[in-house]
Design a binder for this molecule. Structure first.
Ligand SMILES: *[C@@H]1O[C@H](CO)[C@@H](O)[C@H](O)[C@H]1NC(C)=O
Ligand SMILES: *[C@@H]1O[C@H](CO)[C@@H](O)[C@H](O)[C@H]1NC(C)=O
Ligand SMILES: *[C@@H]1O[C@H](CO)[C@@H](O)[C@H](O)[C@H]1NC(C)=O
Length: 360
């Protein structure tokens, strides 16, 4: 099967079920996670350009520089470095849902210099970074309408696999200097092939796993795509707080201990309807050494415009056809971001679940 990296994980049985679901597109059979490029010189203009592939060609590009750095940028090379320097995947056109545009998302960053769009000033309401031995996790609160999301979109999951292994977004690359020290030296950027990301309901979580560790397939896996941040990126992020903490690794998503036995939960298939209960609550790993910041000190070069893409009708994004990986969405009933984040003890289960409908 084409996803041997996933099979290395301890969650062999669960991963195998996804391998059965995933079908590489015959026109573009190399999985995105097997495409490796050094930053910046090894990166091609597009990593996924095959016009005959089922979901169409990549809508943006991967070579991003000062000429592509503007609010119409179609840059699809993303970074997760530090609390003041990370990017989110969000739609190229205003008032979009993740579900309808998962293959097309572009990078929106907190800092100039990556050739991308910038998250407008004041859109971030709180951000928590957990630095653990094996991964960096960024969880936050955002006014998602300012990065082109429909205000009430409960969102979805983005990851480097997708049902056709071309990734969501198609051809989206991820880099980080978080694991190799940071001195502004491009040589220190490492490509990240194990990452996971949820965004919606004015909140997000993004986790990148250290490529030097062999835990990425388990800790950053993408098969629990209907369970949201609380299960995939357990955290105690607070709206209004910007902080960086050290933390332990989480227990791999899906794994829990009950009565002394370690059990692996398997997410039910979509055909069985919305997930209404999960037999465990994900534990937030213990954290320490938290340092808090003001957003004004962190994000010093962001555009102030209220409508950052008011001219989006002139965006260079070509129209994209029907998305075969997307099924109609259940309505999330109580999706306040607090429940999305799993920090509410009163939220209904549906809200906590941040219900998803995508294949990973
Ligand atoms: C800048 O990026 C654009 C878009 O990928 C590319 O066409 C152009 O060649 C790049 N310019 C340089 C100097 O690399
Ligand atoms: C945004 O999209 C929704 C449908 O998803 C639509 O009902 C609404 O009118 C749109 N809003 C704007 C400002 O275009
Ligand atoms: C976070 O707090 C801000 C006010 O500081 C509020 O406008 C926003 O709606 C809150 N976000 C969430 C997701 O609750």
């Amino acid at each position: 099967m084409p996803v041997p990296r996933v099979l290395r994980s301890a969650l062999f049985i669960v991963a195998a079920s996804v391998a059965v679901l995933a079908q590489p597109d015959p026109e573009d059979p190399t999985p995105l996670v097997d495409k490796h490029y050094n930053y910046p010189d090894g990166i091609p203009y597009q990593v996924d350009y095959n016009t005959a592939a089922l979901r169409g060609p990549q809508v943006g590009y991967n070579i991003c520089n000062s000429t592509t750095e503007n609010q119409q940028s179609m840059c699809q090379t993303s970074f997760v470095n530090h609390i003041d320097d990370f990017c989110l995947w969000a739609p190229p056109k205003p008032n979009s849902t993740i579900g309808a545009t998962e293959g097309e998302e572009v990078a929106w960053c907190t800092k100039p210099g990556h050739g991308t769009r910038l998250i407008p000033d004041g859109a971030l309401h709180g951000v928590q970074v957990l630095k653990t031995p094996d991964y960096i996790q960024i969880v936050g609160f955002i006014d998602q309408s300012r990065i082109n999301l429909t205000p009430n979109d409960y969102g979805g999951e983005l990851d480097p696999h997708g049902a056709d292994l071309r990734g969501n977004p198609l051809g989206g690359l991820m880099y980080s200097n978080a694991f190799s020290g940071s001195n502004g030296n491009n040589d220190l950027y490492q490509q990240i092939t194990d990452w996971t990301n949820f965004i919606g309901a004015n909140a997000f979580c993004i986790k990148v796993c250290d490529p030097a560790k062999n835990t990425g397939p388990a800790l950053c896996q993408n098969i629990y795509d209907r369970l949201g941040c609380a299960y995939n990126a357990p955290n105690n992020a607070k709206n209004g707080t910007f902080e960086v903490c050290d933390a332990d690794n989480m227990t791999p998503p899906g794994v829990y201990v009950s009565g002394g036995t370690t059990i692996t939960y398997i997410q039910p298939p979509e055909s069985l309807g919305p997930v209404t209960s999960v037999p465990y609550t994900a534990m937030v790993p213990s954290s320490s050494n938290c340092v808090t910041y003001t957003s004004a000190a962190l994000y010093t070069a962001l555009p102030r415009s209220i409508n950052p893409v008011a001219t989006a009708s002139s965006s260079s994004a070509p129209a994209v056809g029907a998305n075969p990986g997307f099924a109609s969405a259940p309505v999330a009933t109580s999706s306040s971001a607090a429940t999305v984040m799993g920090i509410s003890t009163t939220g209904g289960f549906l809200g906590v679940l941040f219900a998803m409908v995508f294949l990973s």
